[in-house]
Ligand binder design. Structure first.
Ligand SMILES: C[S@@+](CC[C@H](N)C(=O)[O-])C[C@H]1O[C@@H](n2cnc3c(N)ncnc32)[C@H](O)[C@@H]1O
Length: 258
């Protein structure tokens, strides 16, 4: 049975991303023809992916005219699933401009039933698990649309970075972790005019949850701003103290018991 509290994230975040896309935030900026020349480096900066074994790709929660067209430009058969129609429209428009074929599906990453029984060689997920309340359920859904041995590349927000105080996190000498780690709490944010519900997931759920869902973790990397900055509170300054994101490559081992 649907519950407004449990399922509210879907409506709130769909509306929030519709507004962010209309404002043309960075995550809604389509790739240019020049960007296509760097598709490989953009999608796989650490050279983790066995490209020769990847024919079908699900770009999960990755609308906005970026990853879908980039994978298509590398000759992959691409499906993009995203909650926001406006983000998916960016993908279709970008693909059309560059003469690329991609399929778009509007949906929630916590219910990939519309894609089943199809299975993909790779699920590539942009930073987005913070928009859903249950990352373990997300992993089960991803497993259900991956070929046995298929790969899942996902980037998450570092849980500690989500504990920073929302306002004035830098107190002049140190960053303040003002949000408790436990119990897990829903975080509201008003980002560029779009209200989004965000959820902090523990490392236990982000990494342990993958193992529990039948994945083997293959690679892990922490990500910060590429250059360190001096402006307190900026992404570049926070990066002096704390990585903002964690990237994971995992392989789905069907039937495996941890
Ligand atoms: C930060 S953007 C990531 C994609 C973008 N191409 C990028 O690289 O920045 C987050 C995306 O997640 C999508 N999203 C949020 N909640 C979702 C959900 N429950 N299911 C599927 N997509 C969702 C948003 O619509 C948005 O396109």
């Amino acid at each position: 049975m649907r519950s407004p509290v449990r399922d509210g994230y879907r409506e709130v975040n769909r509306a929030g991303w519709q507004r962010l896309a209309a404002r043309g935030v960075e995550s809604s900026q389509p790739v240019s023809r020049n960007d296509l020349a760097y598709a490989h480096a953009w999608l796989d900066p650490d050279d983790w992916l066995p490209w020769a074994r990847i024919a079908t790709v699900l770009c999960l929660a990755a609308g906005g005219g970026q990853q879908g067209p980039l994978f298509a430009s590398l000759g992959r058969h691409v499906t993009v699933l995203d909650l926001s129609a406006a983000q998916l429209e960016r993908d279709r428009a970008t693909a059309a401009v560059h003469g690329l074929a991609i399929e778009t599906v509007q949906g929630d990453m916590l219910d990939l039933g519309a894609l089943r029984p199809r299975r993909f060689d790779l699920v590539w997920q942009a930073v987005s698990s913070l928009y859903v309340p249950d990352v373990r359920r997300l992993y089960r859904e991803v497993a259900s649309v991956l070929e046995p041995g298929g790969l899942y590349r996902v980037e998450h927000c570092e849980p500690a970075a989500m504990q920073l105080a929302p306002r004035r996190p830098w107190d002049g000498r140190a960053y303040r972790l003002a949000r408790p780690a436990m119990p897990k709490r829903d975080v509201w944010s008003d980002h560029a005019g779009g209200v989004l519900w965000q959820y902090r997931h523990s490392l236990e759920d982000l990494l342990g949850g993958l193992c529990d869902a039948g994945f083997a973790i293959v690679r892990v990397a922490e990500r910060s701003a590429p250059t360190l900055g001096d402006e307190p509170g900026s992404y570049e300054h926070v990066s002096r103290y704390l990585p903002s994101f964690i990237s994971v490559l995992a392989r789905y081992e069907a039937g495996r018991r941890p």
